[in-house]
Design a binder for this molecule. Structure first.
Ligand SMILES: Cc1cc2nc3c(=O)[nH]c(=O)nc-3n(C[C@H](O)[C@H](O)[C@H](O)COP(=O)(O)O)c2cc1C
Length: 346
């Protein structure tokens, strides 16, 4: 039986159960679009502070930018104030959000200091009240969901209780990152806690944390019984992971992407960035993206260094083709430094 299956998030029906995680500073519209094109069934905005949206903060409002090609897309809101969350949810839905997610997992000091993010785990009843307020305020076709960690620290792993209270108050799905807030990103993901959440609720449970390979994905589903998986860092610069996970969940072979596939992925990323931000910004943003795409590739360091000198889209396209095409089959850390200069137009 295939482990790749449709996912029903309340009234929202997804063709498959592979989600691309909200990642601050990363999951912008072009990155989400790339993930969708490569097989993610649902993507999320990076976390948006509800108060920021309410007070017209330009950056917060900008996080609500969505493109018609990337749906279904969830907007993830962070706050502890139900009123602000309701107002921000309305703004997000007006801009096209297909789902509203409450962040109950962000471990960052400046967030938990304001009682938001993972700090909400210390007050499950408040989570219940917030979910109920959101559920009552947003249209019935928009699911309200939450993303949690398994608890605040090792002595308070209350993920199952939080999920149960959220379900009782109208949540349509819960995503569980299998670490506590105390762990930040260290230590092991606790799959047994994700299993306990799954056993406690009847809404879909999404397993999250350290899924870097198709085998990790299979293990997450088989050991926790979760209904779907969410991939964050494993998909950064590696959008192929969605197709490869799907293949393995369907019992097929999932080869690593070859050099030509990587070239096409990078070219596509570049096109999406330029379409969203214009050529000038697109070229400069690629400097960050190329780092992700060439991470761990022999010669990748040199590639990234040479990229810094590139100024125009034509040069960049030629450079990518040169490194991935002419030099097909590999990178060379000892490449002469004149290489990128040679590619510059007269
Ligand atoms: C750079 C970065 C930014 C993140 N931003 C968010 C965020 O905005 N909202 C959220 O719920 N989680 C955020 N997370 C957590 C991820 O969504 C995910 O739960 C975590 O990284 C574990 O999954 P992974 O091992 O697949 O990356 C972030 C993680 C990283 C590394």
């Amino acid at each position: 039986m295939t482990l790749y299956r449709p996912l029903h998030v309340g009234p929202l029906h997804l063709d498959g159960n592979l989600l691309f995680a909200p990642l601050s500073g990363v999951s912008t519209s072009p990155v989400r679009k790339l993930a969708r094109e490569f097989g993610a069934n649902l993507v999320y905005s990076e976390m948006v502070k509800a108060q920021g949206v309410v007070h017209g903060n330009i950056k917060s409002r900008h996080y609500l930018d969505m493109d018609p090609d990337e749906h279904p897309v969830g907007v993830q809101l962070a706050d502890a104030d139900a009123g602000a969350l309701v107002e921000a949810a309305h703004a997000a839905i007006e801009r096209g959000a297909d789902l509203i997610d409450l962040n109950c997992g962000c471990p960052v000091k400046k967030v938990v200091k304001t009682e938001c993010g993972a700090a909400l785990l210390k007050d499950p009843a408040l989570i219940g009240r917030i979910i109920a307020a959101l559920r009552a305020a947003v249209p019935p076709h928009i699911p309200v969901t939450l993303k949690i960690r398994v608890g605040w620290d090792s002595s308070s792993k209350n993920g199952p209780e939080v999920a149960h209270i959220a379900e009782d108050n109208g949540a349509a799905m819960v995503t569980v990152h299998g670490r506590t807030r105390e762990q930040l990103y260290s230590g092991q993901v606790d799959l047994s806690m994700i299993r306990l959440v799954k056993e406690r609720v009847s809404i879909p449970v999404i397993g999250n944390g350290d899924i870097l390979t198709p085998e990790d994905a299979k293990r997450m589903i088989s050991e926790t019984g979760c209904d779907g998986i969410m991939i964050g860092r494993g998909a950064v610069g590696n959008p192929w992971i969605f197709g490869r996970i799907r293949a393995v969940l369907e019992g097929r072979h999932a080869p690593e992407p070859g050099v030509e596939e990587k070239r096409r992925g990078l070219v596509r990323m570049f096109a999406l960035l330029c379409a969203s931000h214009g050529d000038y910004k697109g070229v400069r943003m690629m400097r960050k993206f190329v780092g992700w795409f060439t991470h761990g590739i022999p010669g990748g360091k040199r590639f990234r260094g040479d990229m810094m000198e590139i100024e125009s889209p034509a040069e960049l396209s030629a450079f990518i083709d040169f490194r991935f095409g002419v030099r097909m089959g590999g990178f060379d850390e000892d490449e002469p430094s004149e290489m990128s200069a040679a590619l510059k137009p007269e």
